[in-house]
Write a protein that binds this ligand. Structure first.
Ligand code: NAD
Length: 542
């Protein structure tokens, strides 16, 4: 073949590969497109995982298992609290110190590796996750109560996050950028370089995607990581560790350190050997970490926190679209998404019709039960504290004159007797009520009527949070004003697949403003990876 044609064929293959890597998978949070083949593989995996429940796991540092002197924590399933899902070590401060030292030792070699080689290894980890997606999803059902479609979408998202951040690294050619030459025989270059060791502290609600994404951002940039999953989702953390280890990341580059916030979490914040910290979780803990981390001198801290996400339904809205979109975003994974739609401001003129449709969608679609069952939309909430928060909020709403249009109770019948199950709640309530402000992180939706679009917009912005927001309107001017003035990092208009939920790597960036996020650069998006690097400006003579 002539050289020219070979070169052009190579180019085409490279382009095709790139496109393939960024193709959106069939199952996402928007599509939830499960086939009978997925169902069969998932059901088989559930039976296999059921046999493995109650296993004892260690932590992993430097590629070796590390039991802890701090004893073990038994994690019971929220689906049926009589079943122990796993036993994991209660990592101590000493365990975390050891992991930080090891990560430092591994950092030199990892950061010196050509970024193209790093990316190759990282992509293998994405492939491992995809190969194991049914079993990982089954574990997630037992561990955090997530239903099959949402779990499968989440494992896909985890893999896509790795791939997207790899693609960003390649797109920017390892973040080495020649600048304007200062003169003959001289050149200047901007190089982004990794910081060293990053702590990754993750929440339980997206135990695969968020933890994988944060870790992948740090790793692909050339940092070593000490990763602390939530104690509610350590098996998901272990599966992430296993994927990176099996992909061939050098020992010590990625270390798994399960343990309490008070020991492992505290050490990761306070140890001077940690060069950067990324946290996703509640605003309460996030702000504490944000203030505590950089004491002696500035160090990067990325904190992604909670949300109290509004949807506006205007007089011109397609009400069916709005009702389905709100139902999906309010009750997907039991409202336990930082992006969940938890408050709605609906124009008084269309309120009754909208509420009627919303209740109808909820009644028909939101089946509560065992999350491993195909038909289940809502599994259990995460723990007893969540059930208590739900019941307290219901009581407070009733005392505040709230009218329950749906739900408001815990469920203790049939297969739900031994789990943490609650009904999806829809409450009409005075918009000045406290429950329009507090993030409950539950399937608990508060709604009130407004007299204008301007009032709805002002109320939407009246929040310490600024994560997601949605609007339903057929008036382009309203939509433009909404996008230009809403104080939120993730925004949607007229979305049936979810009023405020469903972000996807490379498609829809995800990050918060105000009390919802610290850096203004979103996960899943084009400006994420460079946050894990610092610039070195080079002036080279000769
Ligand atoms: P959380 O704040 O209770 O815990 C998050 C992590 O911090 C866990 O690993 C926990 O063990 C650890 N931790 C707890 N105390 C600590 C301490 N003192 N020092 C260091 N680490 C400590 O949050 P959660 O219940 O796991 O997750 C739910 C919260 O996360 C909600 O508020 C939700 O909105 C938020 N969230 C935000 C995003 C986002 O992208 N903005 C995504 C998912 C969840």
């Amino acid at each position: 073949m002539p050289a020219k044609r070979v070169a052009s064929k190579k180019k085409t293959t490279r382009a095709a590969k790139k496109t393939a890597a960024l193709q959106v998978p069939r199952i996402t949070y928007a599509t939830l497109a499960i086939t009978p083949d997925d169902d069969k593989k998932y059901d088989d995996a559930v039976e296999r995982v059921r046999q493995e429940l109650g296993k004892h796991f260690p932590n992993f540092v430097n590629g070796e298992s590390r039991p802890s002197s701090g004893g073990e924590n038994a994690h019971a399933s929220p689906v049926d609290t009589r079943k122990v899902v796993s036993y994991f070590p209660k990592g101590t401060r000493e365990d975390a110190q050891h992991a930080i030292r090891v990560a430092h030792e591994a950092f030199g070699k990892w950061s010196a590796m050509d970024y193209r080689d790093r990316v190759k290894l990282m992509r293998r980890a994405a492939d491992r996750l995809i190969e194991r997606r049914y079993a990982i999803s089954a574990w997630m059902a037992f561990e955090v109560g997530k239903n099959r479609a949402e779990s499968l979408a989440e494992v896909n998202e985890a893999a896509e996050l790795i791939r997207y951040y790899c693609e960003r690294m390649e797109f920017h050619k390892g973040y080495v950028l020649p600048l304007e030459s200062p003169g003959k025989g001289q050149k200047t270059v901007s190089v982004l370089r990794p910081y060293g060791v990053w702590a990754v502290i993750a929440p339980w609600n997206f135990p695969m995607a968020l933890a994988t994404g944060m870790s992948a951002g740090a790793l692909v940039a050339g940092n070593a990581v000490v990763f602390k999953p939530s104690s509610e989702s350590p098996v998901a953390g272990y599966e992430i560790y296993r994927a990176f280890a099996d992909a061939g990341l050098p020992n010590g580059v990625f270390n798994l350190m399960v343990g309490p916030g008070a020991t492992v979490g505290a050490e990761l914040q306070e140890n001077p050997g940690v060069n950067g910290l990324i946290f996703t979780g509640s605003k309460e803990v996030g702000m504490q970490v944000y203030h505590n981390f950089a004491k002696g001198y500035p160090k990067p801290v990325i904190a992604e926190m909670g949300g109290k996400n509004p949807a506006i339904v205007t007089a011109s809205a397609d009400l069916d679209e709005a009702a389905e979109g709100v139902m999906r975003a309010a009750f997907g994974f039991d409202g336990q998404k930082c992006s969940a739609n938890s408050r709605v401001y609906v124009d008084r003129a269309v309120k009754d019709k909208f509420l009627e449709l919303l209740v109808e969608y909820t009644k028909n679609r939101v089946k509560v039960g065992d999350p491993t069952r195909k038909e289940t939309f809502m599994g259990p909430v995460i723990n007893q504290a969540a059930v208590e928060t739900y019941l307290r909020a219901a009581d407070e709403a009733r005392r505040g004159g709230g009218k329950f249009l749906f739900g408001g109770n815990a469920i203790k019948t049939g297969e739900m007797e031994h789990g943490y199950f609650v009904e999806p709640a829809i409450v009409e309530l005075d918009k000045k009520h406290r429950l329009f402000q507090e993030e409950l992180f539950l399937p608990f939706l508060v709604i009130d009527a407004v007299d204008s679009f301007d009032e709805a917009l002002a109320l939407s912005n009246d929040s310490e949070y600024g994560l997601c927001a949605g609007i339903y309107s057929r008036d382009q001017k309203e939509i433009d004003v909404f996008f230009d003035n809403i104080q939120a990092g993730v925004t949607y208009s007229n979305r049936r697949a979810g009023s405020t939920t469903g972000a996807w790597p490379g498609v829809n960036s995800f990050g918060g403003w105000k009390g919802s996020g610290s850096t203004g650069k979103s996960a899943l998006g084009p400006y994420y990876v460079q946050q894990f690097m610092r610039e070195q400006s080079r002036w080279i003579v000769g």
